[in-house]
Design a protein around this ligand. Structure first.
Ligand SMILES: Nc1ncnc2c1ncn2[C@@H]1O[C@H](COP(=O)(O)OP(=O)(O)OP(=O)(O)O)[C@@H](O)[C@H]1O
Ligand SMILES: [Mg+2]
Length: 248
């Protein structure tokens, strides 16, 4: 479904991705773990075509993203639903308008059908219709994440990308979001990629876990395999042990 081959990306002097390769199968949920600043969000942005690699290729369903013109790229992007780091809702729009945003922008669906889809997605993320007219500022962190999730799901994407879906939430709300992600993947058969620091979250949602370090995937496997890894970089990360305090 997604194939990333030898991707390099630098920002100025900083060589963030250094020949990264990764394959994600249809229907699986892959969790990417790694230290803050290691390039996880940059990797997700390559997958949706928001960032172009300096070198290497990103294939979505066999299509090389770099070969597409603007129209085709927009079409490819529509196959991906994204829950951005921090939910990234539009503050001036209501919950309903946030959720229908991409449907309004990119489809010609009649108003009633859009409203139907909005309500259906609200139910999916377990939000009551009373919130439809509220603005993001009136919502709690957990509610915002749910709205972000509903907005990403509204287009019924084949691929869902989640950037830190549970950061900043209490453990119980985080668990509810994780279960929601898991359920969505199962019910819709969506291919998922989630970035997280939170190992509890990773174990709940992942079919496989990949660790990003030094611009490459240094380890990949089932949660069980990662837990039993002998690679010190993996075990230190999973157990939260700092190797070099000066870097923190
Ligand atoms: N548009 C950009 N311009 C310049 N530098 C960037 C840009 N985007 C990312 N970077 C740099 O690339 C590196 C990786 O950033 P990225 O956001 O992918 O980290 P991350 O792994 O998602 O971290 P976190 O866990 O804190 O979200 C950082 O050093 C960041 O400053
Ligand atoms: Mg990030």
């Amino acid at each position: 479904m997604i194939r990333i081959v030898g991707v390099h990306k630098s920002f100025g002097e900083k060589h963030v991705l250094q020949g990264l390769g990764l394959e994600i199968e249809k229907g699986e949920t892959l969790v990417i773990i790694g230290r803050s600043g290691c390039g996880k969000s940059v990797l997700l942005k390559h997958i949706v075509g928001l960032i172009k690699p300096d070198q290497g290729q990103v294939f979505l369903g066999g299509v090389d993203m770099a070969q597409l013109d603007r129209n085709e790229l927009t079409k490819q992007r529509m196959r991906c639903g994204v829950l951005f780091q921090g939910a990234a809702l539009f503050d001036s729009l209501t919950v309903a308008e946030n959720i229908s945003f991409y449907l309004d922008e990119h489809t010609e669906l009649p108003k009633e059908e859009v409203e139907g889809k909005v309500r259906q997605k609200m139910r999916m993320v377990r939000l009551t219709d009373e919130l439809l007219d509220k603005k993001p500022a009136q919502l709690s962190g957990g509610q915002k994440k749910r709205v972000g999730l509903a907005r990403a799901l509204a287009m019924e994407p084949e691929i869902m990308l989640y950037d830190e879906p549970t950061t900043g939430l209490d453990p119980i709300t985080a668990d509810a979001i994780n279960k929601l992600i898991r359920e969505t993947q199962h019910v819709l058969g969506t291919t998922g990629i989630a970035v997280t620091h939170d190992m509890a979250s990773a174990y709940t949602i992942a079919d496989r876990i990949a660790m990003l370090d030094d611009g490459r995937i240094i380890a990949i496997g089932t949660p069980e395999e990662m837990r039993n890894s002998r690679d010190k970089r993996v075990t230190n990360f999973i157990n939260g042990i700092a190797e070099d305090i000066s870097e923190n």
